[in-house]
Write a protein that binds this ligand. Structure first.
Ligand code: NDP
Length: 330
């Protein structure tokens, strides 16, 4: 069977597509333009028969996905803007995130009754209440929602990204509740995603989470940044969670988590494991004494039949190794 993966050029989407292919599926991936299509062909050059690429120039446009959804057996929606410096919330964030998600769901409902499950890459930021800080003692679960709303998004540009993810996920659940389509929904709500880069990337085109690690390795970060989302998942496990969510009996919200972390921990690992970069990494100092919130994702683990056992050290070593290769490629 064939799975539509939107935004297949992305960091997570590449692992998602590879994971579906390794589980015996074919992938139809969407990209924005021909140049990106070529890069994706290069990324999947070992399995050319398993991938087909279609161009959807603007996911925010009405009817953008009407053709792309035809005849596929499942849909995974990952395409969404992920950056923090937002100047025009509507144009940069809300339209691609919310209209993109709703347009895709409408297209599946109207043009492909074969699809029984749609998986959306949401985010743990759609669950975390940032106004409460590190919230010691609190345990997040699949029931939590970030209370951010449209007014707050317009007022505080720094909330642009988290608002886009929260509003898009809410819109998706509202859609299935009111429109009663043929499919059920599963959302994957990952915290910070780290791990090897599998797509054709340069140091200038790194996605936001991997860029955080490169800034720590390359001397661009002079101080250890504060850790606003203190949980991580390895990108390979996050990708597998998408496959399992597609195949799972029940839909729902799933939180893939490998463990907790702080940027201080990451700096220590980078210094210990990569002597060549050690002097560029900001000095972590003593570990943080303050407690952060906890997580109970046992429902997700049970439904996905996954245990998420990769350690922070393994994930960061593999991230840094692939960044080192990208840096030395030129
Ligand atoms: P990338 O930036 O690597 O991937 C984003 C993908 O979305 C790319 O394919 C990109 O296309 C596409 N995209 C971005 N903006 C638009 C737009 N305006 N119109 C159409 N397509 C667009 O990031 P990630 O792989 O990290 O993120 C993938 C998904 O995972 C996102 O939904 C993100 O919110 C979510 N996520 C990521 C986390 C992380 O730590 N990385 C954590 C939690 C959730 P193009 O290649 O053309 O730019």
């Amino acid at each position: 069977s064939t799975i539509l993966v939107t935004g297949v050029s992305g960091y997570i989407a590449t692992h998602v597509a590879k994971s579906f292919i390794s589980h015996g599926y074919r992938v139809r991936g969407t990209v924005r333009n021909q140049e990106t299509a070529e890069k994706v062909r290069e990324t999947f050059s070992q399995t050319p028969g398993c991938i087909e690429i279609v161009i959807v120039p603007d996911i925010a446009k009405k009817d953008a996905f009407n053709e792309a959804v035809r005849d596929v057996d499942g849909v995974v929606h990952t395409a969404s803007p992920f950056f923090y410096k937002v100047s025009d919330f509507d144009k940069d964030m809300r339209e691609p995130a919310v209209n993109g998600t709703l347009g895709l769901l409408k297209a599946v409902k109207s043009f492909n009754s074969k699809v029984k499950r749609v998986v959306i890459t949401s985010s743990f930021v759609a669950m975390q209440d940032f106004s409460k800080g590190h919230r010691p003692g609190y345990i997040y679960t699949e029931k939590d929602w970030n209370p951010v709303d449209l007014d707050m998004a317009y007022k505080y540009p720094s909330l642009g990204y988290v608002a886009s993810k929260t509003l898009a996920e809410r819109a998706a659940w509202d859609f299935v509740r009111t429109e009663r389509p043929n499919f059920t929904l599963a959302t994957i709500n990952p915290p910070m995603v780290y791990g090897p880069v599998a797509h054709t990337a340069t140091l200038k085109s790194l996605n936001q989470s991997v860029l955080d690690i490169w800034q720590l390795m390359s001397g661009q970060a002079k101080k250890v940044p504060s850790t606003s989302v203190p949980l991580f998942v390895d990108v390979r496990d996050c990708a597998k969670a998408h496959v399992r969510a597609f195949e799972s009996f029940n839909g729902g919200r799933f939180i893939p988590v490998s463990g907790s972390f702080s940027f201080k921990d990451i700096c220590s690992i980078l210094q210990e494991e990569f002597p060549e970069y050690a002097d560029l990494v900001p000095n972590p100092g003593p570990p943080d004494a303050s407690e952060t919130f906890g997580i109970d994702n046992s429902l997700s683990k049970k439904e996905l039949q996954m245990s998420f056992e990769r350690s922070l050290r393994e994930t960061i070593k593999d991230t840094a190794r692939s960044l080192d290769q990208i840096a030395k490629r030129k």
